[in-house]
Write a protein that binds this ligand. Structure first.
Ligand code: MN
Length: 255
């Protein structure tokens, strides 16, 4: 099995090491990842500047750092790393959750998205950590992946569908199990925070505190990870809101 691994936290991120250490047991792994952290870059594509790949040492595996984002890395991985084809794209393990609407901002998820667009089975995996400074249990993410390898590699999936996995950042024995969930909602309060620079000019930090009402989102990924379960959400690349087609059509034809 030819496995392309990427992330958005950069090639030196410990979550990438944890992911590779599991993946290499199951096939031929090549790593193509950003040369520095590119979190929240979404499904961006570098088109207005040249992309460069630099080979970096990786304990017996081929690995490249790229001056680009995860989407670029997947495309370069396909063209340069595995010109004869990729069987599985893995993106992660991300330092932080990718739940609900956050998947639209996520570079980690975008890596899997790019794989799926190209017809490759793809999985994004993230550690759902909610308290600043709390330990990040990549060991739990890695253990989950090891235990669920056949599932992520072989369970049936429709076309243009990839898996978004969030594993709660708790010690391995505390993990309660796995739930297949729809995506919930994550909404942020105080998204934009104004501050003042030393010259009195206003600037802004974008971040904000998540307003998470896990209890109000029964059955979602948000609730599952808050309860101590790994959440697996199948994501379709067909973004069409099919339930809207009829009403729009009726409106138009009624004019
Ligand atoms: Mn990240």
């Amino acid at each position: 099995m030819r496995i392309l691994v990427t992330n958005d936290d950069g090639i030196r991120a410990p979550g990438l090491v944890a992911l590779v250490d599991v993946a290499r047991r199951f096939g031929e792994v090549k790593i193509v990842a950003p040369d520095h952290e590119r979190s929240a870059c979404g499904h961006a594509l570098t088109m207005r500047e040249p992309l460069r790949m630099k080979q970096v040492p990786w304990n017996g595996l081929e690995a490249w750092e790229v001056n680009g984002v995860p989407t670029d890395c997947v495309n370069l991985g396909r063209a340069v790393g595995f010109p004869d084809g990729v069987d599985l794209v893995l993106s992660g393990i991300n330092n932080g959750p990718n739940l609900g609407f956050d998947i639209t901002y996520s570079g980690t998820v975008a890596g899997a998205m790019e794989g799926a667009i190209n017809g490759i089975r793809s999985v994004a995996i993230s550690m759902a950590l909610f308290v600043d400074g709390a330990p990040i249990h990549y060991d739990t993410g890695a253990a989950w992946l090891l235990d669920h390898w056949d599932f992520i590699a072989s369970a049936p999936l429709p076309e243009l569908t990839f898996l978004n996995v969030n594993v709660p950042s708790i010690a391995p024995p505390e993990l309660l199990g796995t739930k297949i969930t729809p995506m919930g909602r994550r909404v942020y309060a105080d998204r934009v925070e104004p501050r003042s620079d030393p010259w009195g000019r206003t600037y802004y930090w974008q971040g904000g505190a998540v307003v998470m009402h896990a209890a109000a989102q029964p059955g979602t990924d948000v609730e599952a990870v808050s309860q101590g379960y790994a959440a697996v959400t199948p994501i379709s690349l067909d973004w069409t809101a099919r339930e809207a087609i009829r009403g729009l059509d009726d409106w138009l034809s009624g004019q």
